[in-house]
Design a protein around this ligand. Structure first.
Ligand code: ZN
Ligand code: ZN
Length: 554
Protein backbone atom coordinates (compact mmCIF):
# COMPACT_ATOMS: atom_id res chain seq x y z
CA UNK A 1 0.00 0.00 0.00
CA UNK A 2 1.27 3.48 -0.84
CA UNK A 3 1.04 6.22 1.76
CA UNK A 4 -2.14 8.27 1.58
CA UNK A 5 -2.83 11.90 2.49
CA UNK A 6 -6.09 12.60 4.30
CA UNK A 7 -7.76 15.61 5.84
CA UNK A 8 -8.31 15.57 9.61
CA UNK A 9 -12.01 15.63 10.50
CA UNK A 10 -11.26 17.74 13.58
CA UNK A 11 -8.66 20.35 12.61
CA UNK A 12 -8.89 20.03 8.79
CA UNK A 13 -5.11 19.80 8.49
CA UNK A 14 -3.81 17.19 6.10
CA UNK A 15 -2.00 14.18 7.48
CA UNK A 16 -0.32 11.16 5.99
CA UNK A 17 -1.21 7.54 6.57
CA UNK A 18 2.09 5.77 6.04
CA UNK A 19 2.58 2.41 4.38
CA UNK A 20 3.47 0.87 7.73
CA UNK A 21 0.28 2.27 9.29
CA UNK A 22 -1.87 0.32 6.80
CA UNK A 23 -0.21 -2.91 7.90
CA UNK A 24 -1.03 -2.21 11.55
CA UNK A 25 -4.64 -1.19 11.01
CA UNK A 26 -5.27 -4.12 8.72
CA UNK A 27 -3.72 -6.61 11.13
CA UNK A 28 -5.99 -5.29 13.89
CA UNK A 29 -9.10 -5.15 11.72
CA UNK A 30 -9.40 -1.39 12.17
CA UNK A 31 -10.51 1.25 9.69
CA UNK A 32 -8.02 4.00 8.76
CA UNK A 33 -7.98 6.97 11.14
CA UNK A 34 -10.04 10.02 10.31
CA UNK A 35 -8.06 12.35 12.59
CA UNK A 36 -4.45 13.55 12.40
CA UNK A 37 -2.04 12.16 15.02
CA UNK A 38 -2.24 15.18 17.34
CA UNK A 39 -6.05 15.21 17.29
CA UNK A 40 -5.96 11.45 17.97
CA UNK A 41 -3.81 12.11 21.06
CA UNK A 42 -5.98 15.01 22.20
CA UNK A 43 -8.99 12.74 21.91
CA UNK A 44 -7.50 9.89 23.94
CA UNK A 45 -5.90 12.14 26.56
CA UNK A 46 -9.24 13.90 27.10
CA UNK A 47 -10.29 10.69 28.89
CA UNK A 48 -7.35 10.82 31.30
CA UNK A 49 -8.67 12.62 34.35
CA UNK A 50 -6.48 15.30 35.86
CA UNK A 51 -9.28 16.75 37.92
CA UNK A 52 -9.56 18.91 41.01
CA UNK A 53 -9.60 17.23 44.39
CA UNK A 54 -12.89 17.29 46.23
CA UNK A 55 -14.45 15.59 49.23
CA UNK A 56 -17.52 13.43 48.74
CA UNK A 57 -19.02 10.19 50.03
CA UNK A 58 -18.86 6.67 48.63
CA UNK A 59 -22.25 5.85 47.10
CA UNK A 60 -21.94 2.32 48.51
CA UNK A 61 -20.86 2.79 52.14
CA UNK A 62 -21.23 6.51 52.74
CA UNK A 63 -17.56 6.63 53.72
CA UNK A 64 -15.85 9.98 53.16
CA UNK A 65 -13.61 9.92 50.08
CA UNK A 66 -11.43 12.39 48.20
CA UNK A 67 -11.73 12.15 44.45
CA UNK A 68 -10.63 13.99 41.32
CA UNK A 69 -13.81 12.94 39.52
CA UNK A 70 -16.02 16.01 39.08
CA UNK A 71 -19.51 16.28 40.48
CA UNK A 72 -20.84 16.16 36.93
CA UNK A 73 -20.13 12.41 36.42
CA UNK A 74 -23.37 10.51 35.84
CA UNK A 75 -22.27 7.28 37.58
CA UNK A 76 -22.08 6.45 41.33
CA UNK A 77 -18.58 6.68 42.83
CA UNK A 78 -17.41 3.90 45.15
CA UNK A 79 -14.33 3.93 47.34
CA UNK A 80 -11.71 1.93 45.41
CA UNK A 81 -11.48 -0.97 47.89
CA UNK A 82 -15.28 -1.26 47.78
CA UNK A 83 -15.25 -1.06 43.99
CA UNK A 84 -12.97 -4.09 43.68
CA UNK A 85 -14.75 -6.05 46.44
CA UNK A 86 -17.67 -8.44 45.98
CA UNK A 87 -20.00 -6.14 47.94
CA UNK A 88 -21.69 -5.47 44.59
CA UNK A 89 -22.08 -7.29 41.29
CA UNK A 90 -21.48 -5.41 38.03
CA UNK A 91 -23.36 -8.12 36.09
CA UNK A 92 -26.64 -6.92 37.65
CA UNK A 93 -26.32 -3.93 35.28
CA UNK A 94 -26.24 -6.28 32.25
CA UNK A 95 -28.31 -5.41 29.17
CA UNK A 96 -29.22 -7.17 25.94
CA UNK A 97 -27.80 -5.60 22.83
CA UNK A 98 -30.52 -3.80 20.91
CA UNK A 99 -29.76 -4.36 17.20
CA UNK A 100 -31.79 -1.33 16.16
CA UNK A 101 -29.59 1.19 18.01
CA UNK A 102 -26.01 2.37 17.99
CA UNK A 103 -23.79 0.12 20.09
CA UNK A 104 -21.75 3.02 21.45
CA UNK A 105 -24.93 4.72 22.60
CA UNK A 106 -25.87 1.60 24.56
CA UNK A 107 -22.37 1.35 25.98
CA UNK A 108 -22.48 4.96 27.18
CA UNK A 109 -25.84 4.30 28.86
CA UNK A 110 -24.32 1.36 30.69
CA UNK A 111 -21.23 3.42 31.58
CA UNK A 112 -23.40 6.11 33.14
CA UNK A 113 -25.04 3.59 35.54
CA UNK A 114 -22.23 1.29 36.65
CA UNK A 115 -20.21 2.52 39.67
CA UNK A 116 -16.62 3.73 39.18
CA UNK A 117 -13.74 3.79 41.70
CA UNK A 118 -12.98 7.11 43.42
CA UNK A 119 -9.25 7.00 42.84
CA UNK A 120 -6.51 5.35 40.81
CA UNK A 121 -3.53 3.92 42.67
CA UNK A 122 -2.65 1.40 45.36
CA UNK A 123 -0.39 0.51 48.29
CA UNK A 124 -0.17 4.05 49.68
CA UNK A 125 0.03 5.31 53.25
CA UNK A 126 -1.51 8.67 54.13
CA UNK A 127 -2.12 9.60 50.49
CA UNK A 128 -5.83 10.45 50.55
CA UNK A 129 -5.30 13.72 48.69
CA UNK A 130 -3.69 12.10 45.66
CA UNK A 131 -4.65 10.38 42.45
CA UNK A 132 -2.77 7.81 40.42
CA UNK A 133 -0.18 7.36 43.20
CA UNK A 134 1.52 4.04 43.85
CA UNK A 135 3.40 2.71 46.86
CA UNK A 136 3.92 6.16 48.35
CA UNK A 137 3.76 7.77 51.79
CA UNK A 138 2.58 11.18 52.95
CA UNK A 139 1.87 12.66 49.53
CA UNK A 140 -0.45 15.65 49.37
CA UNK A 141 -2.31 17.10 46.40
CA UNK A 142 -0.16 15.10 44.06
CA UNK A 143 -1.08 13.19 40.94
CA UNK A 144 0.52 10.51 38.85
CA UNK A 145 3.51 9.28 40.80
CA UNK A 146 4.99 6.54 42.86
CA UNK A 147 7.57 5.38 45.34
CA UNK A 148 7.70 8.86 46.88
CA UNK A 149 7.53 10.32 50.41
CA UNK A 150 6.57 13.72 51.82
CA UNK A 151 5.65 15.27 48.49
CA UNK A 152 3.24 18.15 47.94
CA UNK A 153 1.78 19.55 44.71
CA UNK A 154 3.62 17.10 42.50
CA UNK A 155 2.74 15.82 39.08
CA UNK A 156 4.52 12.71 37.76
CA UNK A 157 6.99 12.31 40.62
CA UNK A 158 8.84 9.02 40.91
CA UNK A 159 11.11 8.15 43.82
CA UNK A 160 11.10 11.72 45.20
CA UNK A 161 11.36 12.75 48.85
CA UNK A 162 10.72 15.83 50.99
CA UNK A 163 10.00 18.11 48.06
CA UNK A 164 7.36 20.57 46.88
CA UNK A 165 6.21 21.64 43.42
CA UNK A 166 7.90 18.99 41.30
CA UNK A 167 6.64 18.20 37.81
CA UNK A 168 7.99 15.21 35.86
CA UNK A 169 10.84 14.48 38.28
CA UNK A 170 12.63 11.30 39.20
CA UNK A 171 14.63 10.70 42.41
CA UNK A 172 14.82 14.24 43.74
CA UNK A 173 15.26 15.09 47.38
CA UNK A 174 14.80 18.36 49.28
CA UNK A 175 13.95 20.10 46.03
CA UNK A 176 11.52 22.80 45.02
CA UNK A 177 9.96 24.05 41.80
CA UNK A 178 11.75 21.71 39.38
CA UNK A 179 10.70 20.29 36.08
CA UNK A 180 12.10 17.26 34.26
CA UNK A 181 14.99 16.75 36.65
CA UNK A 182 16.59 13.51 37.73
CA UNK A 183 18.56 12.17 40.69
CA UNK A 184 19.38 15.46 42.39
CA UNK A 185 19.55 16.88 45.90
CA UNK A 186 18.54 20.34 47.06
CA UNK A 187 17.80 21.63 43.60
CA UNK A 188 15.54 24.63 42.99
CA UNK A 189 13.95 26.40 40.01
CA UNK A 190 15.59 23.98 37.57
CA UNK A 191 14.66 22.29 34.31
CA UNK A 192 16.12 19.27 32.51
CA UNK A 193 19.05 18.62 34.82
CA UNK A 194 20.54 15.48 36.32
CA UNK A 195 22.83 14.46 39.17
CA UNK A 196 23.06 17.98 40.61
CA UNK A 197 23.30 19.28 44.18
CA UNK A 198 22.70 22.51 46.07
CA UNK A 199 21.95 24.53 42.96
CA UNK A 200 19.44 27.02 41.55
CA UNK A 201 18.15 27.90 38.07
CA UNK A 202 19.86 25.16 36.06
CA UNK A 203 19.05 24.06 32.55
CA UNK A 204 20.58 20.98 30.96
CA UNK A 205 23.30 20.57 33.61
CA UNK A 206 24.84 17.27 34.66
CA UNK A 207 26.75 16.46 37.81
CA UNK A 208 27.03 20.03 39.06
CA UNK A 209 27.28 21.28 42.63
CA UNK A 210 26.67 24.79 43.95
CA UNK A 211 25.86 26.28 40.59
CA UNK A 212 23.55 29.19 39.94
CA UNK A 213 21.77 30.25 36.78
CA UNK A 214 23.74 28.08 34.42
CA UNK A 215 23.11 25.91 31.35
CA UNK A 216 24.82 23.05 29.50
CA UNK A 217 27.35 22.57 32.29
CA UNK A 218 29.04 19.24 33.00
CA UNK A 219 30.85 18.38 36.25
CA UNK A 220 31.18 21.94 37.57
CA UNK A 221 31.23 23.63 40.97
CA UNK A 222 30.64 27.24 42.04
CA UNK A 223 29.48 28.59 38.69
CA UNK A 224 27.24 31.60 38.18
CA UNK A 225 26.04 32.37 34.65
CA UNK A 226 28.37 29.58 33.49
CA UNK A 227 31.41 31.38 35.00
CA UNK A 228 33.47 29.70 37.74
CA UNK A 229 33.96 31.53 41.06
CA UNK A 230 35.91 30.80 44.21
CA UNK A 231 33.81 29.20 46.94
CA UNK A 232 33.81 32.43 49.01
CA UNK A 233 32.90 34.67 46.10
CA UNK A 234 30.20 32.25 45.01
CA UNK A 235 28.37 32.39 48.34
CA UNK A 236 28.83 36.14 48.63
CA UNK A 237 27.34 36.62 45.18
CA UNK A 238 24.41 34.25 45.86
CA UNK A 239 23.58 36.30 48.95
CA UNK A 240 23.22 39.39 46.76
CA UNK A 241 20.58 37.71 44.59
CA UNK A 242 18.17 37.86 47.55
CA UNK A 243 16.41 34.53 46.94
CA UNK A 244 14.15 35.08 49.93
CA UNK A 245 12.20 37.67 47.97
CA UNK A 246 9.52 36.57 45.54
CA UNK A 247 10.01 39.57 43.31
CA UNK A 248 13.69 38.77 42.86
CA UNK A 249 12.96 35.05 42.26
CA UNK A 250 10.39 36.00 39.62
CA UNK A 251 12.88 38.33 37.92
CA UNK A 252 15.57 35.63 38.04
CA UNK A 253 13.18 33.11 36.48
CA UNK A 254 12.57 35.51 33.60
CA UNK A 255 16.28 36.12 33.20
CA UNK A 256 16.96 32.37 33.21
CA UNK A 257 14.34 31.79 30.51
CA UNK A 258 16.13 34.38 28.32
CA UNK A 259 19.38 32.44 28.70
CA UNK A 260 17.56 29.20 27.86
CA UNK A 261 16.17 30.87 24.74
CA UNK A 262 19.29 32.66 23.58
CA UNK A 263 22.38 31.00 25.02
CA UNK A 264 21.63 27.36 25.83
CA UNK A 265 22.32 24.71 23.21
CA UNK A 266 19.37 22.36 22.79
CA UNK A 267 19.75 18.77 21.67
CA UNK A 268 17.50 18.10 18.66
CA UNK A 269 15.46 15.71 20.82
CA UNK A 270 15.41 14.49 24.41
CA UNK A 271 15.69 10.84 23.42
CA UNK A 272 17.99 8.45 25.23
CA UNK A 273 18.70 5.19 23.43
CA UNK A 274 15.95 5.34 20.86
CA UNK A 275 16.81 2.97 18.03
CA UNK A 276 15.15 3.62 14.66
CA UNK A 277 12.52 5.74 16.33
CA UNK A 278 10.95 9.15 15.91
CA UNK A 279 9.27 11.35 18.51
CA UNK A 280 10.48 12.94 21.71
CA UNK A 281 11.24 11.94 25.31
CA UNK A 282 11.94 8.35 24.31
CA UNK A 283 13.89 6.24 26.73
CA UNK A 284 15.31 2.88 25.75
CA UNK A 285 12.93 2.31 22.85
CA UNK A 286 13.19 0.50 19.56
CA UNK A 287 11.31 1.05 16.36
CA UNK A 288 8.74 3.49 17.75
CA UNK A 289 7.23 5.82 15.20
CA UNK A 290 5.99 9.19 16.46
CA UNK A 291 6.17 8.17 20.08
CA UNK A 292 6.28 10.61 22.99
CA UNK A 293 7.24 9.98 26.63
CA UNK A 294 7.72 6.25 26.04
CA UNK A 295 9.99 3.94 27.99
CA UNK A 296 11.15 0.39 27.28
CA UNK A 297 8.87 0.05 24.26
CA UNK A 298 9.16 -1.40 20.80
CA UNK A 299 7.44 -1.61 17.43
CA UNK A 300 4.77 0.99 18.17
CA UNK A 301 3.16 3.74 16.19
CA UNK A 302 1.68 6.98 17.54
CA UNK A 303 1.80 5.99 21.20
CA UNK A 304 1.83 8.71 23.81
CA UNK A 305 3.23 8.35 27.30
CA UNK A 306 3.70 4.98 28.90
CA UNK A 307 5.96 2.08 29.56
CA UNK A 308 6.54 -1.29 27.93
CA UNK A 309 4.31 -0.93 24.86
CA UNK A 310 4.73 -3.67 22.26
CA UNK A 311 3.18 -3.53 18.80
CA UNK A 312 0.56 -0.97 19.80
CA UNK A 313 -0.92 1.87 17.77
CA UNK A 314 -2.77 5.07 18.70
CA UNK A 315 -2.70 4.58 22.46
CA UNK A 316 -1.98 6.69 25.52
CA UNK A 317 -1.01 6.10 29.13
CA UNK A 318 -0.55 2.33 28.78
CA UNK A 319 1.74 0.17 30.89
CA UNK A 320 3.01 -3.16 29.56
CA UNK A 321 0.43 -3.39 26.80
CA UNK A 322 0.86 -5.63 23.80
CA UNK A 323 -0.93 -5.67 20.45
CA UNK A 324 -3.40 -2.99 21.59
CA UNK A 325 -4.97 -0.16 19.63
CA UNK A 326 -6.89 2.95 20.66
CA UNK A 327 -6.54 2.35 24.37
CA UNK A 328 -6.18 4.91 27.14
CA UNK A 329 -4.74 3.76 30.44
CA UNK A 330 -4.72 0.09 29.54
CA UNK A 331 -2.48 -1.12 32.32
CA UNK A 332 -0.49 -4.14 33.42
CA UNK A 333 -0.14 -6.78 30.73
CA UNK A 334 -3.08 -5.77 28.57
CA UNK A 335 -3.04 -7.98 25.46
CA UNK A 336 -4.96 -7.72 22.22
CA UNK A 337 -7.33 -4.98 23.42
CA UNK A 338 -8.98 -2.25 21.40
CA UNK A 339 -10.88 0.85 22.58
CA UNK A 340 -10.27 0.31 26.28
CA UNK A 341 -10.32 2.87 29.04
CA UNK A 342 -8.85 2.53 32.55
CA UNK A 343 -8.42 -1.24 32.34
CA UNK A 344 -6.02 -3.47 34.26
CA UNK A 345 -4.74 -6.87 33.13
CA UNK A 346 -7.40 -7.43 30.47
CA UNK A 347 -7.02 -9.52 27.32
CA UNK A 348 -8.70 -9.96 23.93
CA UNK A 349 -11.35 -7.37 24.74
CA UNK A 350 -12.88 -4.23 23.26
CA UNK A 351 -14.74 -1.23 24.58
CA UNK A 352 -14.05 -1.79 28.27
CA UNK A 353 -14.21 0.86 30.97
CA UNK A 354 -12.67 0.22 34.39
CA UNK A 355 -12.44 -3.56 34.10
CA UNK A 356 -9.86 -5.75 35.78
CA UNK A 357 -8.58 -9.18 34.78
CA UNK A 358 -11.25 -9.87 32.19
CA UNK A 359 -10.85 -11.79 28.93
CA UNK A 360 -13.00 -11.87 25.84
CA UNK A 361 -15.39 -9.15 26.90
CA UNK A 362 -16.99 -6.52 24.71
CA UNK A 363 -18.57 -3.25 25.78
CA UNK A 364 -18.37 -3.83 29.55
CA UNK A 365 -17.96 -1.57 32.57
CA UNK A 366 -16.63 -2.30 36.05
CA UNK A 367 -16.14 -6.09 35.59
CA UNK A 368 -13.62 -8.15 37.56
CA UNK A 369 -12.36 -11.55 36.45
CA UNK A 370 -15.15 -12.17 33.93
CA UNK A 371 -15.12 -13.88 30.56
CA UNK A 372 -17.47 -13.77 27.55
CA UNK A 373 -19.57 -10.78 28.62
CA UNK A 374 -21.25 -8.21 26.39
CA UNK A 375 -22.77 -5.05 27.90
CA UNK A 376 -22.18 -6.63 31.35
CA UNK A 377 -24.23 -9.69 30.46
CA UNK A 378 -22.82 -13.20 30.70
CA UNK A 379 -22.79 -15.47 27.62
CA UNK A 380 -21.37 -18.88 26.79
CA UNK A 381 -18.24 -18.93 24.63
CA UNK A 382 -20.24 -19.92 21.60
CA UNK A 383 -22.93 -17.26 22.08
CA UNK A 384 -20.27 -14.65 22.74
CA UNK A 385 -18.43 -15.35 19.49
CA UNK A 386 -21.61 -15.32 17.45
CA UNK A 387 -22.87 -12.08 19.05
CA UNK A 388 -19.56 -10.30 18.64
CA UNK A 389 -19.57 -11.01 14.91
CA UNK A 390 -23.07 -9.54 14.62
CA UNK A 391 -22.30 -6.46 16.69
CA UNK A 392 -19.06 -5.77 14.83
CA UNK A 393 -20.82 -6.13 11.51
CA UNK A 394 -23.62 -3.79 12.67
CA UNK A 395 -21.02 -1.30 13.87
CA UNK A 396 -19.19 -1.45 10.56
CA UNK A 397 -22.45 -0.85 8.70
CA UNK A 398 -23.21 2.15 10.90
CA UNK A 399 -19.65 3.47 10.57
CA UNK A 400 -19.13 3.03 14.33
CA UNK A 401 -16.38 0.41 14.28
CA UNK A 402 -13.04 2.03 14.89
CA UNK A 403 -14.39 4.89 16.96
CA UNK A 404 -13.36 5.31 20.58
CA UNK A 405 -15.88 6.15 23.33
CA UNK A 406 -17.59 9.44 22.44
CA UNK A 407 -15.95 12.53 23.98
CA UNK A 408 -19.21 13.27 25.78
CA UNK A 409 -18.59 10.17 27.91
CA UNK A 410 -15.20 11.33 29.25
CA UNK A 411 -15.40 11.57 33.04
CA UNK A 412 -14.44 15.24 33.00
CA UNK A 413 -14.16 18.27 30.75
CA UNK A 414 -11.15 18.76 28.47
CA UNK A 415 -9.74 21.39 30.84
CA UNK A 416 -9.53 18.87 33.68
CA UNK A 417 -7.92 16.15 31.58
CA UNK A 418 -4.35 15.40 30.66
CA UNK A 419 -5.13 16.66 27.16
CA UNK A 420 -5.18 20.21 28.52
CA UNK A 421 -1.69 19.76 29.89
CA UNK A 422 -0.20 18.32 26.70
CA UNK A 423 -2.35 20.12 24.11
CA UNK A 424 -3.89 23.16 25.82
CA UNK A 425 -7.09 24.52 24.25
CA UNK A 426 -9.33 27.44 25.10
CA UNK A 427 -12.91 26.68 26.10
CA UNK A 428 -14.12 27.58 22.59
CA UNK A 429 -11.50 25.37 20.93
CA UNK A 430 -12.29 22.43 23.25
CA UNK A 431 -16.02 22.69 22.54
CA UNK A 432 -15.34 22.91 18.81
CA UNK A 433 -13.21 19.77 19.15
CA UNK A 434 -16.33 18.09 20.57
CA UNK A 435 -15.07 17.86 24.14
CA UNK A 436 -16.78 19.02 27.30
CA UNK A 437 -15.60 21.87 29.50
CA UNK A 438 -15.78 21.90 33.28
CA UNK A 439 -16.80 25.20 34.82
CA UNK A 440 -15.06 25.77 38.14
CA UNK A 441 -17.30 25.44 41.15
CA UNK A 442 -15.54 27.23 43.94
CA UNK A 443 -16.88 27.45 47.45
CA UNK A 444 -17.31 30.86 48.93
CA UNK A 445 -14.96 31.74 51.77
CA UNK A 446 -15.21 34.55 54.29
CA UNK A 447 -12.06 36.56 54.91
CA UNK A 448 -10.21 35.22 51.91
CA UNK A 449 -7.08 37.10 50.85
CA UNK A 450 -5.58 37.41 47.39
CA UNK A 451 -2.33 35.63 46.55
CA UNK A 452 -1.09 39.02 45.41
CA UNK A 453 -1.30 40.27 49.01
CA UNK A 454 1.06 37.65 50.45
CA UNK A 455 4.32 39.08 51.85
CA UNK A 456 7.26 39.21 49.48
CA UNK A 457 9.55 37.31 51.85
CA UNK A 458 8.94 34.30 54.08
CA UNK A 459 10.28 36.00 57.23
CA UNK A 460 7.28 38.37 57.13
CA UNK A 461 4.83 35.44 57.33
CA UNK A 462 3.40 34.47 60.71
CA UNK A 463 2.12 31.07 61.86
CA UNK A 464 -1.53 32.02 61.39
CA UNK A 465 -1.16 31.86 57.61
CA UNK A 466 -2.03 28.15 57.81
CA UNK A 467 -5.57 29.10 58.86
CA UNK A 468 -5.95 31.49 55.94
CA UNK A 469 -7.72 30.71 52.66
CA UNK A 470 -5.91 32.31 49.70
CA UNK A 471 -7.45 33.19 46.36
CA UNK A 472 -5.36 32.62 43.25
CA UNK A 473 -5.69 35.71 41.04
CA UNK A 474 -5.07 33.65 37.86
CA UNK A 475 -7.51 30.77 38.34
CA UNK A 476 -9.91 32.23 40.92
CA UNK A 477 -9.41 28.96 42.82
CA UNK A 478 -8.57 29.05 46.48
CA UNK A 479 -5.78 27.22 48.26
CA UNK A 480 -4.08 27.14 51.62
CA UNK A 481 -0.62 26.68 53.08
CA UNK A 482 -0.14 23.62 55.31
CA UNK A 483 1.93 23.60 58.47
CA UNK A 484 4.49 21.22 56.93
CA UNK A 485 4.70 23.34 53.82
CA UNK A 486 5.29 26.51 55.83
CA UNK A 487 8.10 24.78 57.73
CA UNK A 488 9.69 23.76 54.40
CA UNK A 489 9.52 27.30 53.01
CA UNK A 490 11.02 28.70 56.22
CA UNK A 491 13.80 26.16 56.26
CA UNK A 492 14.67 26.81 52.62
CA UNK A 493 13.97 30.52 52.67
CA UNK A 494 11.36 30.26 49.92
CA UNK A 495 8.61 32.90 49.53
CA UNK A 496 4.98 31.71 49.71
CA UNK A 497 3.41 30.77 46.37
CA UNK A 498 0.94 33.33 45.06
CA UNK A 499 -0.84 31.02 42.66
CA UNK A 500 -2.95 27.86 42.95
CA UNK A 501 -0.90 24.63 42.72
CA UNK A 502 -2.62 23.48 39.52
CA UNK A 503 -1.71 26.74 37.82
CA UNK A 504 1.89 26.29 38.98
CA UNK A 505 2.05 22.77 37.55
CA UNK A 506 0.57 23.82 34.21
CA UNK A 507 2.89 26.81 34.02
CA UNK A 508 5.94 24.66 34.68
CA UNK A 509 4.73 22.16 32.11
CA UNK A 510 4.17 24.69 29.32
CA UNK A 511 7.51 24.15 27.50
CA UNK A 512 6.70 20.43 27.13
CA UNK A 513 3.42 21.16 25.41
CA UNK A 514 5.56 22.97 22.81
CA UNK A 515 7.87 19.98 22.34
CA UNK A 516 5.49 17.31 21.10
CA UNK A 517 5.31 17.84 17.37
CA UNK A 518 8.08 17.27 14.80
CA UNK A 519 9.54 20.46 13.30
CA UNK A 520 11.79 20.96 10.29
CA UNK A 521 14.85 23.12 10.86
CA UNK A 522 18.59 23.43 10.59
CA UNK A 523 21.29 22.75 13.14
CA UNK A 524 22.41 26.21 14.35
CA UNK A 525 26.05 25.11 14.13
CA UNK A 526 26.62 22.87 11.07
CA UNK A 527 23.43 24.06 9.30
CA UNK A 528 22.47 20.48 8.49
CA UNK A 529 18.74 19.93 8.00
CA UNK A 530 17.26 18.26 11.08
CA UNK A 531 13.96 17.13 12.52
CA UNK A 532 13.61 18.58 16.00
CA UNK A 533 10.75 19.08 18.45
CA UNK A 534 10.96 22.70 19.57
CA UNK A 535 7.98 24.74 18.46
CA UNK A 536 9.02 28.19 17.16
CA UNK A 537 6.95 29.65 20.03
CA UNK A 538 9.68 28.59 22.46
CA UNK A 539 12.07 31.00 20.77
CA UNK A 540 15.11 28.71 21.17
CA UNK A 541 18.02 30.06 19.13
CA UNK A 542 20.54 27.24 19.34
CA UNK A 543 19.01 23.93 18.33
CA UNK A 544 21.76 21.46 17.53
CA UNK A 545 21.98 18.15 15.70
CA UNK A 546 23.09 15.23 17.87
CA UNK A 547 26.70 15.42 16.63
CA UNK A 548 27.10 19.16 17.24
CA UNK A 549 25.43 18.91 20.65
CA UNK A 550 27.78 16.07 21.55
CA UNK A 551 30.79 18.11 20.49
CA UNK A 552 29.77 21.36 22.17
CA UNK A 553 28.06 20.22 25.33
CA UNK A 554 28.24 16.62 26.39
ZN1 ZN B 1 -6.28 17.18 13.49
ZN1 ZN C 1 25.03 20.13 13.58
Amino acid sequence: MESETKQCEKCSKSFVIETDDFVFYEKMDLPLPTMCPSCRWKYLLAFWVNGRFRITKSALSGKTIITVLPESVPFPIYERSEFVSDAWDPLTYGKDYDTSRSFLEQLVELQSKVPHPHQVGAKNVNCDWTDDMWESKDAYLTRSGGWSEFISYGYRVIGCKNSIDLTFCWNLELSYDCFYCFKSYNLKYSFNSRDCMDSFFLYDCRNCQNCFMSWNLRNQKYCILNQPYSKEDYFKKIEEYNLASRSSVEALKKEMWKHIQQDAVHRQNYNVQAVQSSGNFLNNDKNCYQGYFLEESENNRYCFRGFGYKECIDSAGCYNSEKCALCTLDQLNGYGNTFCLYTTSCRYSSYLDNCEEVEYCFGCVGLHKNKYCILNKQYTEEEYKKNIEEIKSDMKNRGEWGKFFPLSSAYCGYNLSLAQMMFPLSKEEALKFGAKWEESVESHYENIISGDDLPDTIDKVDDDIVKQRILCPETKLSYNITKEELAFYREHNIPLPQRHFDWRTLDRFKPFSLMVMPQKGNCYSCKKEIEHYYSPELGFQKIACLECYQREVA
